[in-house]
Design a binder for this molecule. Structure first.
Ligand SMILES: Cc1cc2nc3c(=O)[nH]c(=O)nc-3n(C[C@H](O)[C@H](O)[C@H](O)COP(=O)(O)OP(=O)(O)OC[C@H]3O[C@@H](n4cnc5c(N)ncnc54)[C@H](O)[C@@H]3O)c2cc1C
Length: 423
């Protein structure tokens, strides 16, 4: 169904991530007419990659005081919304809708199915059942105001969508390919809201076993693949530098924000392809040729024709090959190990340098700019703010999504009530 430009909805929700979906369905459940505007062609893209695809749906600490103590300064702001919807409510909500959960270390709760798709399915069913109209491919550009109220959401390619109340759920800045590119921050700044900058996230990596002999070696072109639970998460390419404790250089720095985010949810490996322009077969053929030509030389003296000579010691160490091995004694197994090292150098990451990974701040709208009883803006009483758009410093362990469920529920309730009283 298309939103008619002359139609005035009770509630317009901008952004179909977990916070927006929860808010929209809750408002509609209370009887409000609700339109959900999502810029992508489908909802909840980021939700589907949470927890390495397993989705740590909440933190099952049911003592709200204890739970909120984990939020640093943000905890005191969250007491009121959490008194309306806490992590027990989250568990009951999903369980009650046919998604059983299990609780693992540090109270991390996951769907028993071990897949984020189950969480997505519950939310989409909730939206359908409550009668929310979803408009995908609808990117909102700005919010129009009149007399201290928001009156419409201007679509980038289309009409303005009018409503009595608006819920902004456009997310933060991580994983921009999922749709969260900071549009909400720009809209809020334009309305006069204070939005704290996101913390600089371009930082080098620390490795479990740094290649110390290679420290200082810079490579002009490598391909990097980032893994969590052996599942490919990110890729990048370009210049890379080996340091005494790990890796740096543009290819690494550009991936550090995503790696930092992934580290919150589990172990991360980076895999370096040192010869990205050459396939396995080509590398194998070259190695065989080198070993045939320099039959009596030591391997450490010939490998410098394939990679930078200053890398040779580390490569051989990694491939568990004695550097003094004569070329004519290199076995097929050794050659395979060498090729794997050159093409798939797997390095477990222990953390980001210069950033306490447990307490990274995400930036967002300043918490003093909201009334947390309703999640409304202090500048515009009919604007409600939810999810990652809020500047809440939180640890890993399901806390981020719990903020989405709580703020979404409270904003959905308040927006529906506001819309009713406005008519
Ligand atoms: C790799 C990764 C793993 C994670 N794992 C977990 C986990 O296991 N547990 C946990 O608690 N948290 C996890 N998180 C954090 C969690 O994903 C976020 O807290 C959550 O997705 C925030 O939800 P949101 O609805 O606020 O924003 P988002 O999920 O970012 O959704 C925002 C939506 O708004 C849309 N949008 C943006 N701009 C516009 C616009 N102008 N017009 C219309 N629509 C727009 C976007 O397309 C998007 O669909 C993880 C994050 C990452 C990056």
């Amino acid at each position: 169904m298309n939103a008619q430009s002359e139609q005035v909805w009770d509630v317009c929700v901008i952004g179909g991530g977990p916070a927006g979906m929860m808010a929209a369905a809750r408002a509609a459940e209370l009887g409000a007419s609700v339109v959900l505007l999502e810029r992508n062609n489908s909802l909840g893209k980021k939700l589907l990659i949470t927890g390495g695809g397993r989705c740590n749906v909440t933190n099952a600490e049911f003592d709200t005081k204890k739970l909120l103590s984990k939020f640093k300064d943000g905890g005191k702001f969250l007491a009121s919304p959490f008194s309306q919807w806490n992590s027990k409510d989250t568990i009951e909500f999903f369980n009650g809708r046919g998604m059983p959960t299990k609780v693992q270390a540090e109270n991390r709760a996951f769907p028993v199915s071990d897949t984020a798709q189950s969480v997505w399915d519950v939310l989409v069913e909730y939206l359908k059942e409550s009668g929310v109209t979803v408009m995908s491919n609808s990117r909102v550009e700005s919010l129009n105001t009149e007399n201290g109220r928001i009156v419409s959401a201007q679509l980038k390619y289309g009409d303005a969508v009018r409503a009595h109340a608006f819920i902004l759920a456009t997310g933060g800045l991580s994983h921009p390919e999922t749709g969260s590119t900071g549009d909400g921050f720009r809209m809020l700044k334009a309305l006069g809201h204070r939005v704290n900058d996101t913390e600089a996230a371009l930082v080098p990596l620390a490795l479990k076993v740094p290649l110390v002999d290679a420290a200082g070696v810079a490579l002009r072109d490598v391909k990097i693949t980032v893994y969590q639970n052996n599942v490919k998460q990110e890729t990048g390419s370009g210049k890379m530098l080996f340091t005494h404790v790990g890796l740096s250089g543009p290819a690494i720095l550009n991936l550090s924000r995503e790696i930092g985010e992934l580290l919150k949810y589990g172990d991360v490996d980076v895999e370096v392809d040192l010869l990205p322009d050459q396939g396995f077969d080509v590398v194998d053929a070259k190695l065989q040729e080198i070993f045939r030509t320099d039959i009596n030389k030591k391997i450490r003296n010939v490998l410098g024709t394939m990679v930078q000579p200053s890398l040779v010691t580390s490569i051989l160490q990694f491939a568990q090959i004695d550097p003094d091995t004569k070329c004519n004694s290199v076995t097929r197994e050794m050659r395979v190990r060498l090729m794997k090292t050159l093409k798939h150098l797997r390095l477990p990451v222990t953390g980001l340098l210069g950033m306490d990974k447990a307490v990274t701040t995400s930036g967002g709208v300043a918490l003093t700019e909201l009334d947390f009883k309703t999640m409304s803006s202090i500048l515009f009483p009919n604007l409600f703010l939810v999810g990652d758009i809020l500047d809440i410093d939180r640890p890993s362990g399901g806390y981020s999504l719990q903020i989405c469920w709580t703020s979404g529920f409270v904003a959905g309730t308040s927006a529906a009530q506001y819309a009713t009283s406005a008519q």
